[in-house]
Write a protein that binds this ligand. Structure first.
Ligand SMILES: Nc1nc2c(c(=O)[nH]1)N[C@H]1C(S)=C(S)[C@@H](COP(=O)(O)OP(=O)(O)OC[C@H]3O[C@@H](n4cnc5c(=O)[nH]c(N)nc54)[C@H](O)[C@@H]3O)O[C@H]1N2
Ligand SMILES: Nc1nc2c(c(=O)[nH]1)N[C@H]1C(S)=C(S)[C@@H](COP(=O)(O)OP(=O)(O)OC[C@H]3O[C@@H](n4cnc5c(=O)[nH]c(N)nc54)[C@H](O)[C@@H]3O)O[C@H]1N2
Ligand code: SF4
Ligand SMILES: [Mo]
Length: 749
């Protein structure tokens, strides 16, 4: 039946069509899942969707089949040693070598006590509750940490952070936003007091000039890229691309500034320098809406276009041109991504962009804006829900007494009960995994063993945890270290909401019954929290017996006014863009029309700080890592999907001039080494990358780019420098290439 449906989807008459939201990127495309016999045989999109107007990229259209993959885990799993009440065996370092079906790899010295054993929900949840409470009662709040999940719904994330804060009284709560737009978030918070995208993505057709920088929009936000191309081709807008790679948008750009990785601050500060020197400043905006201009202008003196050219390699004249184009536009806007934030000076890079908008007044009107393109389908929502160590839902600081009191009242907790101490970030949590530090970690839908930098270090940290729970669809590279695995329902098997990159809260709907015994995240969490509450025996208890996800959202919205006017009924067909302060409010497509949340926008003088690791004789290339259209992050979803056939193996991009010098030809296996690790993969010789820079996508476990990357952090945002480290590239032999069949789920460590 399945095969017939797959082969002839156009001839099948569906039983029903369920409207929902794509589970991949932050664009938040609306999907119609066409079902026959509990099977999705086709995906289309409504033409009247304001987000994607009937368009979908290859992931939305074809990438959902991970839902049916035979390796999805469909029963709770616990390690044999736990089930048999034995002490935890040695050899945690080896655990990752246990294959997906639970059988130890032959010849390994791994104890059978590490076997996964399938069990029922009651047993698994009791074991989780028992161990978490044991560790908490022994070591206190500082021993507990949780990773929330930007793939899961708002409701799932709200509950998980509530559970950690209310029950374990800690703010050690974070998620992948730390590895992503943390630099942009800190910069925007400092400069204007808000961190979401200011405008709506589809307003790009109202721009006459727009800058796209550090964003490979064509592969990573394809439907927004479609609108950018439309803006250029149908509406006469001029696009400026600032990116070291020749990404596909360059073909549509008026101007391309191919800067060296890590040189954003000099390039954008030089643009500011030109705007000031040539008096292209919007004085009315600067005077009315900003502060700190004078000191900022003094700091710009050194950033001449010639100085920026020397550092970045971008011709001074092109920097001048870009500055004039953006400053003299009627509606200018900036769209940015990871090439800005994932640097050890990510905060400064984002501030350099914010300054340009302040100088020109290109913010606070339709068709302008400061637009960090958010990555995961629900990273905006997870952040809004308080899945972060410094904030409750609604960006209410945890160290503010009034905020803490509000949430104590909402969660029925005694005054003073919630922790006022800032929690640890994702990039700090594993580093604190040792005696006297973090002992228990709960991971809902993340994969640090692929997504964190310097994986050889990360692996050591993982082995130092006393108790690890993984709640996911698959046993990913991190789940391989877990003590208990809880199988979650996928996006197609649950109800809830996702909030997309332009703050649009949209309905996610159940289309399928969960596979096997898998359960929606929110249900698992309600059940677990009830057990924890019972064991903790506190005087009062918070609410955990929710009937529906909507009840969860309403609880959150009763304290977080941004979501106050959002109900499932109101967003049944079209999502609402928050802030939606009351039930009659139509939503807010454009922010900051009158003022910024912090009042005036703050100019913050900057210095140029180079990337942490420079190319040298030993490691003569700069490695930059990023993404491919067909794949997603650590590959847990797309490598368990037919999309894997479209791009089955890891490849490193190298410029023809560099390839020739190092005796490398197209398709040749090469070994790439850094001070932290090495991988073997095939080379693609291409001018898409520039001289001295190699590019590796980080989707492939058997050649994991993060074995090479540097774990140096931005001191303010704590985001790692994923976009630049020094590497060497050597020719290698065919037989040194990893075999993905054997190694994909184990990783080559
Ligand atoms: N297909 C696909 N789509 C995705 C994802 C995925 O895994 N696969 N992930 C999602 C997520 S979570 C995110 S955060 C987004 C990320 O989307 P993007 O921000 O587009 O992500 P990247 O591919 O990491 O890199 C962005 C660009 O930064 C450039 N760059 C590198 N260094 C510098 C620099 O120093 N300065 C400048 N100005 N540019 C630089 C790179 O050349 C690249 O073009 O994508 C989302 N969409
Ligand atoms: N070198 C390098 N490293 C990077 C980056 C880079 O550009 N370069 N980018 C960084 C960025 S921007 C990001 S956002 C992070 C992402 O890092 P992670 O969030 O760690 O990566 P994902 O692979 O997206 O992990 C998502 C997991 O959620 C699971 N999942 C999917 N749906 C559900 C659900 O409904 N419920 C549950 N419980 N689980 C679910 C998936 O199976 C998968 O295992 O990586 C960062 N790492
Ligand atoms: S653009 Fe993003 S949201 Fe839209 S279909 Fe592609 S992955 Fe899904
Ligand atoms: Mo991201």
């Amino acid at each position: 039946m399945v095969t017939e449906l797959q082969l002839n989807p156009t001839r099948v008459v569906e039983d029903r069509v369920v409207t929902t939201v794509c589970s991949y990127c932050g664009v938040g495309c609306n999907l119609e899942l066409h079902l026959k016999d509990d099977f999705i045989f086709k995906v289309t999109s409504p033409f009247d969707s304001p987000v994607n107007h009937g368009n979908l990229c290859v992931k939305g259209r074809f990438g959902y089949d991970y839902v049916y993959h035979p390796k999805r885990v469909t029963t709770p799993l616990v390690r044999r040693y736990l089930l048999e009440g034995k002490p935890k065996p040695e050899g945690r370092e080896q655990v990752f070598a246990i294959s997906m079906d639970g059988k130890p790899i032959p010849n390994s010295q791994i104890s059978n006590d590490w076997d996964w054993v399938a069990t029922n929900w009651d047993t698994a949840l009791d074991m989780v509750a028992e161990n978490l409470v044991r560790i908490y009662q022994r070591d206190g709040s500082d021993a507990m940490a949780v990773y929330c999940c930007a793939k899961a719904t708002n409701e799932d994330n709200y509950l998980l952070q509530k559970m950690w804060r209310a029950l374990f009284r800690t703010n050690n709560v974070d998620h992948c936003t730390r590895l992503c737009h943390a630099g942009s978030v800190v910069a925007l918070q400092k400069a204007i007091g808000s961190s979401a995208m200011s405008n709506t993505a589809s307003q790009v057709i109202m721009n006459d000039v727009f800058i796209v920088t550090g964003s490979n929009t064509g592969e990573n936000h394809p439907i927004i890229a479609l609108q950018m191309k439309e803006a250029v081709q149908k509406h006469g807008a001029k696009m400026i691309v600032v990116d070291p790679r020749r990404i596909d948008l360059v073909d549509f750009a008026e101007l391309w500034l191919p800067l060296k990785p890590g040189t954003n601050v000099p390039v954008f500060s030089a643009m500011a320098h030109v705007i000031v020197k040539e008096n292209l400043v919007n004085w009315d905006f600067v005077n009315r809406r900003t502060e700190g201009f004078q000191e900022f202008v003094e700091s710009l003196e050194k950033f001449t276009p010639e100085y920026a050219e020397e550092i970045s390699g971008v011709p001074a004249e092109d920097i001048r041109k870009a500055a004039r184009m953006y400053a003299t536009a009627k509606n200018g806007a900036i769209y940015w991504g990871m090439g800005i934030s994932q640097l050890s000076h990510g905060t400064a890079s984002a501030l350099a962009l914010i300054h340009l908008a302040f100088l020109t007044g290109h913010v606070g009107r339709d068709g302008t804006g400061l637009n960090p393109l958010r990555g995961q389908n629900n990273v905006q929502g997870a952040s809004d829900m308080g899945a972060m160590p410094f904030h409750y839902p609604g960006y209410m600081r945890v160290d503010n007494e009034d905020n803490a009191r509000k949430w104590e009242a909402a969660w029925n907790i005694e005054p003073g009960g919630l922790s006022r101490k800032l929690g640890l970030t994702t990039t700090e949590i594993l580093g604190h995994a040792h005696e006297g530090g973090i002992r228990a970690l709960y991971i809902m839908g993340e994969n640090p063993m692929m997504s964190e930098p310097n994986l050889n270090e990360t692996r050591k940290h993982m082995t130092h945890l006393e108790f690890l729970v993984s709640q996911d669809l698959f046993i990913n590279e991190s789940g391989a270290f877990a003590d208990v695995f809880l199988p979650a329902a996928s996006f197609a098997e649950k109800d809830g909401t996702f909030t997309n990159t332009d703050r649009r809260v949209q309905r996610v709907r159940t289309a399928l019954s969960p596979r096997g015994q898998a359960r929606p995240d929110w249900k698992i969490l309600c059940d677990l929290a009830t057990r924890l509450e019972r064991r903790l025996k506190r005087g009062s208890s918070s609410k955990w017996d929710y009937e529906s996800p909507e009840e969860i959202l309403r609880e959150m919205a009763s304290v977080n006014s941004d979501y106050a006017g959002i109900t499932y009924e109101r967003i049944a067909k079209v999502g609402l863009q928050y802030p939606v302060p009351d039930m009659n409010h139509p939503g807010t497509p454009t922010l900051f029309k009158e003022t910024f949340p912090s009042g005036r926008g703050k100019f913050i003088p900057l210095d140029y700080v180079p990337v942490m690791e420079q190319a040298d004789d030993e490691y003569p290339f700069i490695l930059t890592t990023g993404r491919l259209l067909e794949h997603w992050h650590g590959g847990t979803m797309t490598r368990h999907s037919s999309l894997n056939e479209a791009y089955p193996e890891a490849r490193v991009e190298i410029h023809p001039a560099d390839a020739e010098m190092h005796g490398i030809t197209n398709n040749m296996p090469v070994r790439v080494t850094s001070r932290r690790g090495e991988i073997v993969l095939r080379a693609t010789v291409t001018e898409k990358t520039s001289v001295g820079v190699v590019f590796i996508p980080w989707h492939f476990a058997e050649a994991a780019a993060n074995l090479l990357t540097n774990d140096a952090l931005d001191p303010q945002a704590k985001i790692p420098e994923f976009k630049a480290c020094a590497v060497q590239v050597f020719p290698a032999r065919e037989d040194e290439l990893p075999n993905p069949e054997v190694e994909v789920r184990r990783g080559r460590y």
